[in-house]
Structures are given as C-alpha cells and as structure tokens.
Design a protein around this ligand. Structure first.
Ligand code: SF4
Length: 419
C-alpha cells in the first residue's frame, strides 16, 4: 500500500538499491536529482554506433536535442541502439523502478457534440447505447472500486447540456464520500467545452473545478499538435494552441497535468517531433507536466481508412524518442489499455518508467479494438513489471508518495505423481 504515514522523501530513502539524492515534489516527481552525471556514466558504458555518437555526446553534456536530431532518430534504422540510449536516460532518473498506480476509469457520458474520426467511443444523443450518468449513477459505479483504488480517472464526451454545475456537484460528491480518492478528470477539450457552455473563462472554470475536488488533468485530446492534421482527424476540437493554453492555465493554478500524443493516423515524423518540442517548450515555462503518454491509433469502428497504423517497432521507437527528447518531463508512460501488456512490458526497456495502471474498467480504447485485460490487480501488474526486469513501485497520482510493491511468490503447481 502507499505509505500515508511517511512523506515521499522518507519512502524513497527506504529503498536501498538506488543510493543518491532524491526528491519527490510534483516537479521532479520522484526522479533522482543528480540524474545528469549518472546518465553521462551510463552512456559511457554503451557501445555507441558512430552515427549516434554526436547525439550521445550532447546528452552526456546535458544538452538537449534539436528538431533535426529528433528526425534523425526517427529515420535511424537500428531501433535497439535508440532503445539503449532511452533506457539509459530512464535508468539515470529512476534506476530499475517502474511506477504504477491503482486506479479505475469511469466515464461520465459517451454523448458528444463532436465526431472525431478516430473516436469509437462517442455516441449521438439518440443512440440506443448512449448514456449520461447522473451523480448517483456515477457514485454507484465508483462504490464498487473506491475502497481498493486511490485514483478515479474520468473523461467523457462533450455533453450538449452539462454546464459546470454538473461537474462541480460530481466532484464534490466524490470527495465527500471518498475524501482520499484523487480525481484526475477532463481532457482539455472538455475543459474548453464546459467553459464555453457555462460562459466562463478557462481559468474560472479550472479554479471552480479545483475548488470542488478536481486534482489533475489526464492530458488526453492532444492528438497531434498541428492544426492542419487536427482539421482532418478531429475537426472542431480545441486548436493546438488552445490545448497548450489550457494546460498552461492549469499549471498556473497549481494543478499538475499529463500530456499525450496520438500517433499512427496521418501525421509524419516531423509532426511528431514538432509535437514533442511544443510540449517541451511549455514545460520549460510551467514545469506542470508530470507524465507524457504516447499512444497509437487503434482503428476498430472508427473512420480513418487513410491512417498509417503504427507497428510494434514504431510504437517502441516513439516511446524511446519521447524519452530522449523530453528532457524536462519526468515520466513517460506505457499506457497498457492501448498498447497491450506485451508492448507495455517491452516499453519499460525503451524509456518508459510508468505503466498505467490497474484500471479495472475502460471503454474508450476497448471500443476502438484494445484487447488488454481489465482485471489486472496489483499482483498481476507487478509481475508484468518484474518480468520486464524492473522493480514495481506503487505511486499516487501526483508522484509524491511511493512504495515498492512486494510481489508474492508464484504458486507452483504440481501434478499428482503417477503410482
Ligand atoms: S475524441 Fe472526445 S471530443 Fe472527439 S468525438 Fe470522441 S468523445 Fe468527442
């Protein structure tokens, strides 16, 4: 269990495998403070291929990579070599640890006024399987999971009628009944929609929601931060600049957020690199992103036949390059609801240090074709992490409390001996 009786520094000091100075405020989010010289040492131990030498030298000196160097990595054939560099970056910050949290996903509604081409989740108001949970319904669902989890992740469609009062009442009711549950909810486009429909500014909206219990934003809806691509795949959604501004506003009121990238639709490598650098620039100014979550487009039931679906190698490449380029965002997450358990396990050797999560129930990715099991408990998830050669560390949502998860030994099954 997360150790509530210790501040995070104490919890970290209990781990003896990674000596060094540690911090766990919401900015460093558990990373080793002196990771830069550690990285230089780790990179010295890797046999570097000559074309990568210049990039590795820059990383060893603590210099960040440029757009053209990011593109070079997307073009570079040897994925293992890139993975080794990304792994060194990860290990320099977190050693063998891989983080997970104990959470549940509950969506408020699948009714949405938009119709993004990659979305298999949204429904029109009159669809037979459209739903919009009132507060009692939502709490009833949550009651099944709340005693066991420490985060509710809640996003949904853009409901045509729900103003800010619905969300204020929902978050207040959750906090009243489950005061220790962290509410991570609402993508940037939901925040924009709620502020528009309620005739409030984004800052007023976020402040009121924070006051009623919203703890952090999950980061969804970034897709690709390029407005020409957005006009094709998600017309009507917030613009790239609006996505960044909404997160900037959240950071300004002390609300941490995650950021994401949906890849494998119609974007080029250049769009991906520009996306990463936009996030890096904002993070330089606000330091409010805790985690970057890259995930590939899943095609079932959605309407984007022109999509260039990402292969397994490409997914690992995106994760590795994200780790290398995003030198100021603490965590890179392998989002197992989308990637599946197999790729997620591999991702932990390609720069990802976090794996989301126990989850319990999820529909957005599963309607789009995900077959990732939903019934993982902490024991199963920790086994997946240990099989990847890492140490499972349970964290809270905002990376301020940690505890190594002691995975029980596997049962050994014995067939009865023949007599
Ligand atoms: S991705 Fe979000 S905004 Fe777009 S259609 Fe789906 S639910 Fe609506």
């Amino acid at each position: 269990m997360i150790d509530d009786n210790h501040d995070s520094g104490e919890s970290f000091r209990r781990f003896e495998r990674m000596p060094g100075s540690w911090t766990s405020d919401t900015i460093c989010a558990g990373a080793r403070i002196d990771w830069q010289p550690v990285l230089a040492g780790l990179l010295e131990e890797i046999e570097i291929e000559p074309p990568l030498q210049e990039i590795v030298d820059k990383l060893s000196r603590g210099e960040r990579l440029t757009k053209s160097e990011g593109l070079f990595l997307f073009d570079y054939e040897d994925l293992d070599a890139i993975g080794q560099i990304a792994d060194a970056v990860k290990v320099s910050r977190y050693g063998e640890w891989a983080f997970f949290n104990h959470n549940v996903h509950v969506n408020q509604t699948n009714i949405c006024v938009l119709s993004c081409k990659f979305c298999a989740f949204r429904r029109g108001r009159k669809a037979t399987d459209a739903y919009a949970h009132d507060i009692d319904d939502f709490l009833e669902i949550l009651r099944h999971y709340a005693p066991h989890v420490d985060e509710v992740h809640s996003v949904g469609g853009l409901h045509p009628d729900w103003k800010i009062e619905y969300y204020e009442k929902l978050f207040s009711a959750i906090k009243k009944e489950f005061p220790n549950l962290h509410i991570k909810a609402l993508t940037a486009v939901e925040v924009k929609h709620i502020s528009n429909i309620s005739r409030l500014t984004v800052a007023e909206t976020l402040r009121r929601l924070q006051h009623s219990g919203l703890g952090s934003l999950p980061g969804g809806g970034a897709e690709i931060l390029n407005d020409s691509i957005r006009d094709i795949i998600c017309k009507g959604k917030e613009t790239s600049q609006e996505y960044l501004d909404i997160h900037r506003t959240a950071h300004a009121i002390g609300m941490p957020t995650n950021c994401t990238m949906l890849f494998g639709t119609i974007e080029s490598a250049e769009h991906r690199v520009e996306h990463l650098l936009s996030l890096r620039r904002l993070q330089d100014q606000t330091a409010g992103f805790q985690c970057f979550v890259p995930y590939p487009y899943l095609p079932d039931s959605s309407r984007l036949p022109e999509a260039q679906l990402a292969t397994g190698s490409e997914i690992l490449r995106v994760i590795a390059i994200s780790r290398i380029l995003l030198d100021n965002i603490p965590h890179i997450k392998a989002y197992r609801m989308n990637l599946g358990d197999g790729i997620s396990e591999l991702a932990l050797s390609f720069g990802a240090d976090d794996i989301d999560g126990t989850v319990q129930q999820e529909s957005i990715m599963h309607l789009a074709g995900s077959t990732t099991p939903l019934d993982h408990d902490r024991e199963q998830l920790s086994r997946l992490i240990r099989d990847a050669g890492c140490i499972p560390v349970q964290r809270n949502t905002i990376y301020t409390r940690f505890s190594e998860y002691q995975t029980p030994a596997k049962k050994s099954w014995r067939l009865p001996m023949a007599r």
